[in-house]
Design a binder for this molecule. Sequence first.
Ligand code: ADP
Length: 223
Amino acid sequence: MIEVRNIRKSFGSLEVLKGIDLDIRKGEVVSIVGPSGAGKTTLLQIMGTLEKPDSGSVRVDGVAMESLSRKEMADFRNRRIGFVFQFHQLLPEFTALENVMIPAYIGHASTSEAKARAQELLDFMGLSDRASHKPNELSGGEKQRVAVARALVNHPSVVFADEPSGSLDTKNKGELHQLFFDLRDRFGQTFVIVTHDDELARLTDRTIHMKDGLITDDKNITL
Ligand code: ADP
């Protein structure tokens, strides 16, 4: 699903990624852990095409990212990649259902198709009775689950999540983590999750440890 080869990235004189090789299989739920500044978010953003590496290659679902134009990459990102961030980033003026539908619209789905997909996901997440609520009428855990539904609405090849439960209390954390596994079991979804949460890291199929711009340990190496 994802093939990363010898990725290097610097910001000014700071070398943040020093040669990363990584393969992630379809349906794997992978966590990336390590101290602050290790380069976890930068790696996630490069795999998610939000950031370009200085050298090296990334293939997502068989497509070489460096072969795409900016426009093709934006289109690929919208159709094939989902993102979940620490803070939900829902649009406050739209309902939960509309927030989930928006990426489907951008991907040229019809209104009825976008609505059907959004409703299916909200139902699956136990949020059908919250569909017409605006984000400020939802709890923190509900908002984060809506953000996960939004990430999934175009049936992406992979979902990248950066500290997705970082702003949640223990109960909501547990529910969100369970959701990743339920979604993988239901839709075969691949998840790559940067986290400081040891409990989540223990649950995932595979934990990649990073330090100083390198992978220092990989519980289930597939290279
Ligand atoms: P982690 O997610 O492991 O905490 P990051 O990938 O966020 O690490 O950051 C690694 C290093 O790169 C940090 O020192 C950070 O300050 C720096 N960094 C990240 N993004 C940028 C940027 N856009 N410009 C300059 N420095 C950055």
